[in-house]
Design a binder for this molecule. Structure first.
Ligand SMILES: [Zn+2]
Length: 101
C-alpha cells in the first residue's frame, strides 16, 4: 500500500508510504522507487522506501531490485502521463485547493 490519503489539521492529500517502515516519505529526495523484473506481459507492482530503509527492505526480500530516486521517478511518471506544462500548472492550482479541504 505505497500511496495513502492522509488528513491532518493543516493539510490533507496523497502521500507515499515506505514499504519497509510504513512511515510517510516526506521528501522526494529521501525516497526510492523499487521494482523487480516484470514477467513478459505482466506489469510489476512498485515498492517505495526511504533512502535509509532501502538496504533493509532489499535484504528482507529475495531477488534483484531495480531502483530509481523518487524525485526522478515522479518526473518519469509525469512524463508517462503526458503532464504538459499547461496541465501541470492547472493541476498545481487544483492540488493547492484540495490540500486545504
Ligand atoms: Zn522507511
Amino acid at each position: 500500500m505505497p500511496m495513502v490519503i492522509q488528513i491532518r489539521k493543516d493539510w490533507s492529500g496523497p502521500v507515499i508510504v515506505c514499504d519497509h517502515c510504513n512511515r510517510p516519505i516526506a521528501s522526494a529526495d529521501d525516497g526510492n522507487l523499487l521494482w523487480q523484473e516484470p514477467e513478459p506481459g505482466r506489469p510489476t507492482p512498485p515498492a517505495f522506501t526511504h533512502k535509509a530503509c532501502f538496504t533493509a527492505f532489499e535484504c528482507a526480500r529475495p531477488g534483484f531490485w531495480y531502483t530509481a530516486d523518487l524525485d526522478t521517478a515522479m518526473v518519469y511518471l509525469a512524463n508517462n502521463l503526458r503532464m504538459t506544462d499547461a496541465v501541470r500548472k492547472r493541476a498545481e492550482g487544483k492540488a493547492r485547493l484540495l490540500a486545504t479541504l
